[in-house]
Design a protein around this ligand. Structure first.
Ligand SMILES: *[C@@H]1O[C@H](CO)[C@@H](O)[C@H](O)[C@H]1NC(C)=O
Ligand SMILES: *[C@@H]1O[C@H](CO)[C@@H](O)[C@H](O)[C@H]1NC(C)=O
Ligand SMILES: *[C@@H]1O[C@H](CO)[C@@H](O)[C@H](O)[C@H]1NC(C)=O
Ligand SMILES: *[C@@H]1O[C@H](CO)[C@@H](O)[C@H](O)[C@H]1NC(C)=O
Ligand SMILES: *[C@@H]1O[C@H](CO)[C@@H](O)[C@H](O)[C@H]1NC(C)=O
Ligand SMILES: *[C@@H]1O[C@H](CO)[C@@H](O)[C@H](O)[C@H]1NC(C)=O
Ligand SMILES: *[C@@H]1O[C@H](CO)[C@@H](O)[C@H](O)[C@H]1NC(C)=O
Ligand SMILES: *[C@@H]1O[C@H](CO)[C@@H](O)[C@H](O)[C@H]1NC(C)=O
Length: 673
């Protein structure tokens, strides 16, 4: 026995070295009683000593049938020790019915005074949670009778269970309260010095006691009176519907087992009004914070649509009829405009929009005034992570530049995610920003249940990470990149833009793309979008078909090279337009890789830029898509015509067989006749 403990220890050490976890023991081949198992398993020494020191728990486990939920030692390392641990923890980890995992129902009664419940969530037969803690499946279902022949069961769990505790020296004891009694007696409870009086008063005034005292298992989000650095919400705004939105009926949602972003119907989900709630977490600095959001998908005159987010300041408090989470502010109430919303991140370092707030201030702050003046605005606000991206740091030093970029993040109308999805159904939805000729382009990607919204602005592809945050004068979507600051090379940009696939494909097949990752050079690339290739396929089907055959990749390459300039600087459309205007025949020379003497004209109208090449005006669909090593102008037509004929024939003969030569001449024939 001694030797097996030693091996156990050795392998534990090995595992620590390998993956930083100390949980590496097994109950296989163990034939001891539960209490002896706890006593003899090194990794369970904390729960053992805490049970053994507590007379009630120690006696219970020696005399009666029990199930023990035993947190391993690593779980104890994660909690801060409290004086009242010895009083509360031992009995809350024990129930007096022996139950294997498959026998566990929705809850069990603990042995703590008043028998408060421990809630069970079964996500699958092997993924089971007790409150927020996960059962370590291969260390569960250990059965043994105690010395009095009473059957007992042991399940190891990965976190210490935390029952509701009384304040130290509380004059009154509250036994196993339901959510209503919890609020009523909050002054006696140990709630990390949070108070819930404001909300309680509203619940009393509006006669909503019953929804908090309903039997069963529910989730209650209870706003606290005040949290440092968070603005306060006017209590009158809390009405009957708002109160209902704080309860998820018939669902006990602890933070561990609940899927992030999964939406649950609240009590305020009726025919007239529909409010969902969901949980999320975010790593902020060295802390992980948890948030709850209400999402009003169908509102009414008083309750606008959109999401409201609150921080969960004290989570996972088990009560008789479910679980309580204390939150930083009431859900569902929209009382800030976009400016105030952004300003609410001012003093909360590491909170998701803190850097955005700082950048706005660095660039003069007038951006916030601009937002306030807009009655219906959509703001795409980059997260902290977006601003912390290493590759954009040099750009952030230029305040003028940042100020101009900010305007790329706002749209002068309200766009919820549903609006964008609806507009995206059979086309690529595009909308104007506050920067002339710089539109945002959207794409909705659905994968299983997940729906991801991406957008492109100023050449940057960003993903919406938090959607539909509501403000009185608009909607805020949080995105993961700063728009307008390039972060990818030309070849990466081509490879990741779904509307440039054909040009990317031809460039890959013909190896033209190989050079486009070179960060020493500066590329200006007129990229025909897929639409342009489709047009060629209609105008000249055989030419199109052959260009996409691998044996003609040389010709494809030559054609692409006509679109590409390699120089020591990039040419924006505005640069080119200015230069053309200076020349007496209004043309500008394009030193492309293919043609030494290529001239184009440039026109600038409300629809954007167009270029004239060989007597045809071609619309520039997206201009000035910046990349780290170049710039892309997306055009609506491929630059191709009859003068390609001789050159193609000539080059084709160089490397390929006579047969292919014949084919190539055929191509030329079809192509231009
Ligand atoms: C726990 O119970 C056992 C058996 O009744 C007893 O021998 C032991 O002394 C008790 N431990 C404490 C600390 O009271
Ligand atoms: C454990 O106790 C139960 C009921 O008291 C009994 O049926 C069972 O045979 C016992 N098991 C062992 C291994 O002694
Ligand atoms: C804002 O948009 C809503 C509809 O989305 C519209 O009813 C309202 O009139 C707009 N307000 C202003 C000031 O444009
Ligand atoms: C800052 O950005 C502005 C606007 O893009 C530009 O005109 C200016 O040259 C930049 N200044 C520096 C020092 O790079
Ligand atoms: C949906 O998103 C979750 C969380 O981001 C991810 O784990 C899961 O694999 C995704 N499912 C699909 C079908 O993409
Ligand atoms: C952004 O990139 C992703 C992945 O490459 C792509 O699926 C999406 O369509 C792009 N979004 C836009 C708006 O171009
Ligand atoms: C990209 O274009 C090539 C050539 O037309 C085609 O074979 C491929 O399926 C396309 N890829 C996507 C993702 O559309
Ligand atoms: C414009 O002038 C240049 C010489 O400056 C000439 O080479 C070019 O062919 C002219 N372009 C047109 C379209 O006339």
């Amino acid at each position: 026995m001694k030797s097996s403990t030693t091996t156990g220890f050795a392998s534990a050490v090995l595992l620590v070295l390998l993956c930083g976890s100390t949980v590496a023991f097994s109950l296989n081949g163990n034939y001891k009683t539960i209490i002896d198992t706890l006593a003899w398993t090194g990794d369970l020494s904390e729960i053992y000593s805490i049970i053994e020191r507590n007379q009630i728990a120690n006696t219970t486990i020696h005399l009666r049938s029990v199930t023990v939920f035993a947190p391993h030692n690593e779980a104890f390392l994660k909690i801060t020790k409290q004086d009242s641990d010895d009083e509360y923890l031992p009995c809350y980890h024990i129930t007096n019915v022996p139950m294997k995992l498959e026998q566990l129902g929705k809850s069990v009664f603990s042995e703590l005074d008043g028998n408060p419940p421990i809630w069970i969530t079964k996500k699958s037969p092997e993924e089971i949670y007790v409150n927020q803690a996960k059962v370590v499946y291969n260390l569960a279902n250990y059965e043994h009778n105690n010395t009095f022949g009473k059957p007992q069961v042991l399940h190891v769990i990965d976190q210490v269970l935390q029952p509701l505790r009384m304040k130290k020296n509380s004059p009154q004891n509250v036994y196993n309260p339901n959510a209503w009694e919890f609020m009523e007696n909050a002054e006696y409870l140990d709630l990390d010095s949070y108070h819930t009086n404001t909300f309680l008063q509203r619940v009393q005034n509006l006669d909503k006691k019953s929804v908090f005292s309903n039997q069963g298992g529910h989730t209650f989000f209870i706003p606290v009176d005040e949290v440092a650095n968070y603005p306060k919400v006017k209590p009158e705004k809390i009405d009957v519907k708002v109160i209902d939105a704080h309860i998820v009926p018939d669902n006990v949602l602890f933070l561990g087992p609940t899927n992030e972003e999964e939406q649950f119907k609240t009590l305020a989900f009726t025919d007239m009004l529909k409010v969902f709630t969901s949980l999320s977490k975010a790593v902020e600095g060295d802390k992980t914070k948890y948030y709850v959001s209400s999402d009003t998908v169908v509102g009414d005159d008083v309750h606008p649509t959109g999401a409201v987010v609150a921080e969960i300041v004290k989570a996972n408090i088990p009560v008789r009829n479910g679980v309580v989470h204390l939150i930083s502010r009431p859900l569902m109430i929209v009382d800030n405009n976009v400016k105030q919303f952004i300003e609410s991140y001012k003093d909360r370092e590491d909170s998701v929009l803190h850097r955005f707030y700082e950048e706005i201030m660095n660039s003069g702050g007038d951006f916030l005034e601009k937002l306030t003046a807009m009655p219906n605005v959509t703001l795409f606000a980059p997260s902290n992570a977006a601003f912390n991206d290493q590759s954009i740091q040099p750009y952030l030093l230029n305040r003028t530049y940042i100020r101009s970029l900010l305007d790329l993040h706002i749209v002068n109308r309200r766009l919820s995610i549903d609006d964008i999805v609806a507009e995206s159904i059979d086309k690529r939805f595009q909308v104007q920003t506050e920067v002339p000729r710089k539109d945002l382009f959207f794409n909705v990607v659905t994968s299983g249940k997940n729906r991801t919204l991406t957008l492109e602005g100023g050449g940057v592809n960003a993903t919406v990470v938090q959607a539909n945050l509501a403000a009185t004068n608009g909607i805020i979507h949080i995105i993961d990149h700063v728009l307008g600051i390039p972060s990818s090379t030309v070849d990466r940009k081509l490879a990741t833009d779904p509307t440039l696939n054909e040009t990317n494909y031809l460039g890959q097949v013909s190896s033209l793309n190989d050079q486009l990752g070179d960060v020493q050079k500066r590329f200006t690339y007129f990229v025909p979008r897929d639409f342009a290739w489709k047009r060629l396929a209609i105008d000249n089907p055989s030419a199109y078909k052959k260009l996409f055959m691998p044996e003609y990749s040389n010709i494809a390459r030559q054609i692409l090279e006509r679109h590409l300039i390699i120089a020591d600087k990039v040419f924006t459309m505005d640069d080119l337009r200015k230069e053309a205007n200076n020349n007496y025949n209004l043309s500008v020379h394009l030193p492309t890789v293919r043609d030494v003497s290529m001239y184009i004209k440039i026109k600038d109208s409300v629809e954007g830029y167009s270029i004239e090449w060989r007597n045809e005006w071609i619309h520039v669909h997206r201009s000035d898509v910046r990349c780290t090593n170049g710039i892309i102008h997306v055009i609506d037509k491929v630059l191709i015509d009859e003068s390609d004929v001789e050159v193609n024939g000539a080059i084709a003969t160089k490397s390929i067989t006579a047969l292919v030569l014949v084919l190539a001449q055929y191509l030329v024939f079809y192509y231009f006749n």
